[in-house]
Design a protein around this ligand. Structure first.
Ligand code: F6P
Length: 323
């Protein structure tokens, strides 16, 4: 294999640059030419790509975002879009692709590789950590650190005013960011999609805290939880329990940016490096993951359909430690 392409797709995640760097440098080590496709599948359709050499990926390991840019491509969902993408790869003699992204990226890759005979290797890049086949995805650790830093600051003002804060974090349909932020920031509670906590239960919990002389509280709200967004939840709680002055903070896209943590840089380097190793050893249409500290390749079909479960022990621990 002499020519491969690499691209980032879906929501950006801190560490994607470190993964691109690892792909380019390991592929160069194996005497391959690497093309960087800009804007994910959009760039593949439009023929927006250029050769990347070892020096082109210097000084990026510490940068958030993605130097290759990214997009959520609607056109790639159509057979015409995928045909154009295939023609781009053919025109540049590209024999395999390394796709750095999340569930949507690998769903696209899975359809594409069934239609066209070009091997793909996936590298899990999403702050949501919601991919089966890897204990951690690129960007998750940085996002949780960012959220915890924000909650630390909110604590100061919540404490000073005796207020109840609802802090909304990202995670789409998964509660990994919310649960880990809650544990790491010592929040009172986390409302996550994986549990069925009702407003009534939350109110009882907050009342118990108030009885134990808890003068302020922070509740982490996962965007995908079943009770609504942070503002809706705050309003419902206020109706039933107005002991605290209530405020809402949405951390939003702050969680997607910033310099990747050490953990994310090392994880991204390992996953990018082993994506190329996998290609060299004949792997195809699989996602590179880290499971119990070891590199594992999981077929796209499994990575996109199986769900990664939250550790129930963590949920229980968060509740016990909170009060
Ligand atoms: O998948 C990453 C993520 O940040 C989710 O947590 C969030 O729901 C979504 O992307 C937001 O997407 P966008 O930046 O396209 O609005």
């Amino acid at each position: 294999m002499k020519r491969i392409a690499v691209f980032t797709s879906g929501g950006d995640a801190p560490g994607m640059n470190a993964a691109v760097r690892a792909v380019v440098r390991n592929a160069s080590f194996h005497d391959m030419h690497v093309y960087g496709i800009r804007r994910g599948y959009e760039g593949m359709i439009d023929g927006d790509l250029e050769r990347l050499e070892r020096r082109d990926v210097g000084n990026i390991i510490h940068r958030g975002g993605t130097i290759l840019k990214t997009a959520r491509s609607q056109r790639f969902m159509t057979p015409e879009g995928r045909r154009s993408a295939y023609e781009t790869l053919l025109a540049h003699d590209i024999e395999a692709c390394i796709a750095i992204g999340g569930n949507g990226t690998f769903t696209g890759a899975s359809v594409f590789t069934e239609e066209y005979n070009i091997p793909f290797i996936g590298v899990p890049g999403t702050i949501d950590n919601d991919l089966y086949g890897t204990d951690m995805t690129i960007g998750f650790d940085t996002a949780v650190n960012t959220a915890i830093e924000a909650v630390d600051k909110i604590r100061d003002t919540a404490d000073s005013h005796n207020r109840l804060f609802f802090v909304e974090v990202m995670g789409r349909h998964a509660g990994f960011i919310a649960l880990n932020t809650a544990i790491g920031s010592g929040a009172a509670s986390a409302l996550i999609p994986e549990t069925d906590t009702t407003i009534e239960e939350l109110v009882e919990f907050l009342k118990m805290g108030a009885r134990r002389k808890k003068l302020f509280s922070v509740v982490i709200v996962a965007e995908g939880n079943k009770n609504g967004n942070a503002s809706e939840i705050a309003a419902q709680v206020k109706e039933k329990f107005d002991f605290y002055d209530t405020k809402v903070t949405i951390i939003g896209h702050l969680q997607r940016g910033g310099s990747p943590t050490a953990l994310d840089r090392v994880l991204s380097s390992r996953l990018g490096f082993h994506a190329v190793e996998g290609l060299v050893k004949g792997q195809q249409n699989v996602m590179t993951g880290l499971v119990n500290g070891k590199i594992k390749y999981t077929p796209f079909a499994e990575a996109i359909t199986k769900s990664k479960n939250l550790d129930n022990d963590l949920v229980r621990m968060a509740e016990i430690l909170a009060l």
